[in-house]
Design a protein around this ligand. Structure first.
Ligand code: FSX
Ligand code: SF4
Ligand code: SF4
Length: 287
């Protein structure tokens, strides 16, 4: 057997609901055990050193893990949740030093500056999401906004979704392990991996024939396209209809719900109210 190389990773949770973590815990092939204990790709192992939900450690000891990983460099920083920035970020803290709270903002600035890359996981981290929604009392911002505001040049990848699909995380990490950091041409203009986000939901939806024939559901439970019930599939980029969710069991439109545009840059404010029809003039031209 060859020598196993390790990629250290730190997962910071900022302002979110933890759904992104729960989604990754539901990864199936590879599952979360394969991801954390085994080699995700031959001779490469992800060493997840800090994750608030699944690590056993607590207190000073785990804060030291953050500091020592930072000193080593060569790690990936994963951020889940938007970053509260108002009043120096005091509305979101992780631990304390000398009896003073350490803000999420300061951790993210500190850890991102020495990271190989930052993965903004979920719509909150990628675009601000629900925590940034009007009136945004804590001044939440996306990871990209914060890095750019503070002049931090570490490359970052946005993986939106509320929550994002576990495959989008595992696939991105596996790609970093196999091929190194994604090249600019692998990301779109919103820094999403093109592999997962290059087509709209509407392009691959199994109800698309109904749309083309103008057979629209009038109420939930009806057969037909859900466009008139407010489906955001035509303006949302993600591969849900072909990837499916929960171990390929089903997905939003498959179970009779509209796509609510959870991967959209404007989620949630700009896709609301959710169950009101959008205008066809808003569709991108490729659909
Ligand atoms: Fe946001 Fe993560 Fe939505 Fe929740 O914390 S992307 S609110 S599913 O889980 O950040
Ligand atoms: Fe599918 Fe929604 Fe497009 Fe109708 S509008 S075809 S339900 S994605
Ligand atoms: Fe989000 Fe739409 Fe995919 Fe459902 S179908 S997970 S709402 S992007």
């Amino acid at each position: 057997m060859g020598k196993v190389t390790e990629l250290p990773a730190i997962w910071i949770q900022a302002a979110g609901c933890t759904g992104c973590s729960i989604s990754v815990l539901n990864a199936d092939y590879p599952n979360i055990k394969n991801l954390l204990i085994d080699e995700v790709v031959p001779e490469k192992h992800v060493n997840l050193r800090f994750h608030p939900n699944i690590m056993a450690g607590q207190g000073e000891a785990i804060l030291e893990v953050l500091s020592s990983t930072k000193r080593e460099k060569g790690y990936v920083l994963i951020v889940e949740g938007a970053i509260p920035t108002k009043d120096n970020g005091i509305y979101g803290v992780i631990g304390e030093r000398d009896k003073k709270p350490i803000t999420m903002l300061s951790w993210i600035l500190d850890l991102s500056s020495s990271a190989l890359c930052v993965i903004a996981f979920g719509s909150c981290a990628s675009f601000g999401g629900i925590p940034k929604g009007n009136p945004n009392p804590t001044g939440c911002k996306s990871v990209g906004e914060v890095l750019e505001e503070y002049g931090i040049k570490t490359p970052y990848i946005n993986i939106p979704g509320c929550p994002p699909h576990p495959d989008w995380f595992v696939g991105t990490v596996a790609s970093v392990l196999l091929f190194g950091l994604p090249k600019e041409e692998d990301l779109d203009e919103l820094r999403r991996p093109k592999l997962f986000f290059s087509q709209t939901i509407h392009e691959n939806c199994p109800r698309r024939a109904y749309y083309d024939e103008k057979k629209f559901a009038k109420k939930f439970g009806d057969p037909g396209c859900l466009y008139e019930l407010g489906c955001r599939g035509p303006v949302t980029y993600a591969d849900c209809p072909i990837r499916l969710w929960n171990g390929k069991v089903n997905w939003c439109v498959g179970c009779g719900s509209t796509c609510i545009g959870c991967c959209s840059e404007g989620f949630l404010d700009e896709v609301s109210p959710l169950y009101v029809k959008i205008e066809e003039a808003q569709f991108p031209k490729e659909v």
